[in-house]
Design a protein around this ligand. Sequence first.
Ligand SMILES: Nc1ncnc2c1ncn2[C@@H]1O[C@H](COP(=O)(O)OP(=O)(O)O)[C@@H](O)[C@H]1O
Ligand SMILES: [Mg+2]
Length: 154
Amino acid sequence: MIRHLDDSSATRLLGEVIARAAVPGSVLTLHGDLGAGKTTLARGMLHGLGFLGAVKSPTYSLVEEYPLPQCFFYHFDFYRMRDPAEWDDSGLQDYFRANALCVIEWAEKAGDRLPPVDLALTLTLADQDENARTATIKALTPRGETWLAKIVQG
Ligand SMILES: Nc1ncnc2c1ncn2[C@@H]1O[C@H](COP(=O)(O)OP(=O)(O)O)[C@@H](O)[C@H]1O
Ligand SMILES: [Mg+2]
């Protein structure tokens, strides 16, 4: 699925739709350069699930945890991971549970250690307009296919 996003509210809105279409246990990776809008989209997801507090970027902590009424929501950012081997002693594997929705920025830094990813979303700068982005979403598992079909329906 490819979607044009005019501005950051469009990105947040897409995040809301993605989150509302998710089932617990799902994993989404967010790709794109620094400033592409990955954290903005994750904020939209949390907002879509009814979380009204502040959403910090997990760049320094690797993970921010949100215990929501419907499931746990874990927002990861592996930007500062220097070596995929850091994953092995980190305990991060334990976050990927059936009652958790996991969203990951810079998943590529963890190499091939991540559990199966259901959806991969890439944000790219769209054109001359500095506020425009293009979102490309790919389903990577059967659960991701179902998730993406619901997102397309809005
Ligand atoms: N369409 C857009 N979607 C997301 N962010 C946008 C958009 N247009 C402008 N921005 C700005 O770009 C920045 C994106 O930052 P952030 O979401 O932290 O990016 P990342 O997590 O990918 O590094 C924010 O300052 C945001 O206001
Ligand atoms: Mg970010």
